[in-house]
Design a protein around this ligand. Sequence first.
Ligand code: GLA
Length: 403
Amino acid sequence: MTLLPATPLAELAAAAAGGLRDAFGSDATLTAAAPGRVNLIGEHIDYCDGFVMPFALDRAVVIAATTNGRGEARIGSTAGEVAVIPLAEPVEPGQPKWANYVRGVIRGFQDRGLAVPGFDAWVVSSVPMGAGLSSSAALECATATLLEGLTGSSLATREKALLCQRAEHVFAGVPCGIMDQFASAFGEADRLVLIDCRSGEPTLVPFTDPGLTVIVANTNVHHELTDGGYAARRKNTEDGLAILGKSSWRDVTMADVEAAWERLGDPVNRRSRHVVAEIARTVAAARALEAGDMAALGPLMTASHESLRDDFEVSCPELDTMVEIAGRIGGDGGVIGARMTGGGFGGSTVTLCDSGRAEAIAARLHADYLAATGIRPEIFASRPAAGARLIAGPGLQPGQGAG
Ligand code: GLA
């Protein structure tokens, strides 16, 4: 079987509780979970007032914790060394770096006047890291959910997502849009999270057809959004909008971009073309999905990938190879469409396909990609899953939310 199964949440929770016990000798009293995401279409336009259509994966970050009666948080993970975070003062970025997502979220609570008590925590994750699947947003949203439990205060979902986004901006230095944190916070089983990034409103769109499967193929080419490529793309779009003299990309037409092509200059003109076209494609894809028009959806995904590759320049040879293999399998082999997903520069592709062919498609993606690149990919299928929530703690029945 090529499609890797998801580790059940209860198993992740047990591993997190075990880690907490081994590291700090205490039993978990609260456990929070938050998923990664995959984006079907609408890439690099969440920070351009666009539309995006991600869903929460059945892969998640799980944190088991308990208060420790100290003035500090101690947080461990199999992924790095234990972080000790003093809580008496406003928290600042520090070492180890992986814990800056946690620090940034704690700071968001402090800034809201919510006193965070000392706690010990252990983090486990089934979201592949650096794979364009929002492992960092999952860590932020799981931390925020845990802190809601620890402080006894519950934030509105939107505020929680924005708090997490700010943690990413200020503590990780990535000027991300709102897609990842919204998908992780608002996600629901069997629902896509269609986000209008101008109004900041998510709409939950049913995605229940058992005949459709979403395959995620991690190229295992590591992606790092902190190294400047992401920020540079965002800056290109800000420059483009300023040159066009508009206040929102939603008010820009393709004719506007074409008329200003020379003034925009390269690469800002191509970046601008991507933004305007991708917004239109995402709107069209949402309509096609609603109408069950798969014939329309495939070409939109293909065009999205080509635009990200050629105009936005955030793809890489391995992502292109994976998408090309899906293209060769084609409609006859059950592929509806394929494209890179997430920030790019490595990471994963998303392939929409007929469920009956999913296993065969995954096997072919695996074999042909390995043959072409020498790299073993990691391939799984996911249905839309629940967003961030407490899965164990006071007031929750054993197993509640952990399904
Ligand atoms: C990263 C960012 C998101 C979004 C995507 C590209 O995942 O965190 O805000 O911009 O890249 O669509």
